[in-house]
Design a binder for this molecule. Structure first.
Ligand code: CMC
Length: 434
């Protein structure tokens, strides 16, 4: 709280009203307009939340102009090279990096929650084999509340903690099951001697006939994808989770809502859309056709966007995209795919877009999804599973934000208002007169 204020004046006779100006530790100040309606009978209008802070949060900070991303104060560039994904999960959930002992205990507890109730296999069987993995995942995550009813009370801190461990641990198992189901292979049970990410890769790629030798460079790459996607403050899916959980529903149901929101191509679905876009350009002629594609992306009537480019908050290079591009080099080099035509096409496309006035003037830079698809493809992950990988990674962010909201003394059910533009009151005419 500060003693600084903001005064709003009106041209319609409503008297000036004054509101407190709140200051965060970093970032823009916010005007606390919670009493606006009671003082003036007016709402604010901000579709898409362009200027609205819906909560206070101490988890993730983004400076979109600088291209800076901090989890609990630590820069993403440092976390990506000095920590593994489970350390980052601990940091997001509990506020501090774990000590060696805390890390050991946390890894142990997550590792021992990776199996899912055997009955979930039968639930999975209800899906068509060609269902999109995000359709399957939305259903399976929602179903967790039916299989684990002992950890669904969102107001009980211990139950929230157990559901957090369950969700972080079981999400890779569910995604691997969705994949195995889609290709008609038997499910692979988790193995506790492997790392979180190594175990996921084995559940994806091993079969009962042939084990999968987990390659360190690929584990590191996927672990980095998980770290880079772990949280991103009040994005669409996180806001969905917060709004959903604000009704007091259980954490599994709220995270299922987050999965559903993430699926959209403007959000988590962009990694799949970005790789498909590169394939399309390649099919049409590759680098030589970039100009035509850029022209379409600039044409407002075409409905085409340069996928993996642009961001609501970053008006500079997305720091995650830089790290992802680095990983791309490392993985493709290690696999002897340095000449990968898709990677070359992506770099050429990036270069041309970054020199084009349309993208420059709108501050449209590559985002994390521009390169993550190429890395995932090199790992062997099918394109349709990319967004599900994002969901695995983001689960911890969703839970950390949900926990923060429920523990906030100012927490209330989320209930936006509206500017009504429909019919005013009228009476129902009889059927023959309509
Ligand atoms: N290609 C072409 N034009 C674009 C693009 C793009 N990728 N992104 C934005 N624009 C244009 C847009 O047409 C508008 O132009 P104008 O001012 O002339 O009407 C201007 O840039 C501002 O765009 P906006 O849609 O008002 O911006 P937004 O903040 O509402 O949207 C976005 C942000 C990420 C949805 C958008 O940039 C986009 O659709 N990008 C492609 C999808 C994508 O890569 N999404 C992943 C986001 S990062 C991962 C995640 O967090 O989920």
């Amino acid at each position: 709280m500060t003693d600084r204020t903001a005064t709003l004046t009106f041209s319609d006779g409503t008297g000036p009203v004054t509101f407190p100006l709140l200051t965060g530790n970093i970032g823009p100040d916010v005007i606390d307009i919670r009493t606006l309606y009671t003082k003036t009978g007016k709402f604010t209008y901000d579709p898409g939340f362009l200027s609205t802070a819906a909560c206070s949060s101490a988890i993730t900070y983004i400076d979109g102009d600088k291209g800076e991303l901090l989890y609990r104060g630590y820069p993403i560039e440092e976390l990506a090279v000095k920590c593994d994904y489970l350390e980052v999960c601990y940091l997001l959930l509990y506020g501090e990096l774990p000590t060696a002992k805390q890390k050991e205990d946390f890894v142990d507890v997550v590792t021992h929650h990776t199996m899912v109730n055997e009955q979930m296999q039968f639930f999975m069987r209800g899906f068509r084999r060609d269902a999109h993995p995000m359709a399957v995942l939305t259903g399976m995550v929602g179903a967790l509340s039916a299989f684990y009813p002992d950890s669904i009370n969102v107001h009980d801190a211990r139950q929230r903690d157990i559901s957090a461990h369950r969700l972080i641990a079981k999400m890779p198992t569910l995604v691997a099951m969705a994949y195995k189901y889609s290709v008609g292979q038997p499910y692979m049970y988790p193995r506790n001697d492997l790392s979180y990410t190594g175990n996921f890769m084995r559940m994806m790629f091993a079969t009962p006939c042939e084990d999968y030798k987990v390659k360190d460079v690929l584990v590191r790459a996927l672990d980095r994808i998980f770290i880079l996607h772990a949280d991103h403050e009040q994005n669409a899916s996180t806001s969905t989770v917060r709004l959903c959980a604000s009704s007091g529903t259980n954490p599994f149901a709220a995270i299922a809502a987050g999965v559903a929101c993430l699926w959209g191509p403007a959000h988590g679905g962009a990694n799949e859309a970005a790789l498909n876009m590169l394939y399309d350009i390649q099919k049409e002629g590759g680098v030589a056709k970039i100009g035509d594609f850029i022209a379409k992306a600039k044409d407002k009537n075409s409905n085409v966007r340069l996928m993996g480019f642009g961001h609501r908050v970053y008006k500079n290079y997305d720091p995650r995209a830089k790290l992802m591009r680095e990983t791309c080099y490392e993985v493709l080099d290690e696999l002897g795919l340095g000449d990968d035509p898709l990677f070359k096409l992506a770099m050429a496309l990036e270069k041309i877009a970054l020199e084009d006035d349309y993208f420059v003037s709108r501050k449209l830079y590559p985002n994390v999804d521009f390169y993550s698809g190429i890395v995932q493809k090199a790992i062997g992950i099918p394109v349709s599973l990319f967004t599900a990988i994002f969901a695995v990674a983001r689960t911890v962010g969703w839970i950390a934000q949900l926990n923060e909201m429920v523990s906030d003394p100012e927490y209330k059910i989320g209930r936006p208002r509206q500017l009504f533009t429909g019919s005013t009151r009228r009476s129902v005419p009889p059927l023959e007169k309509r």
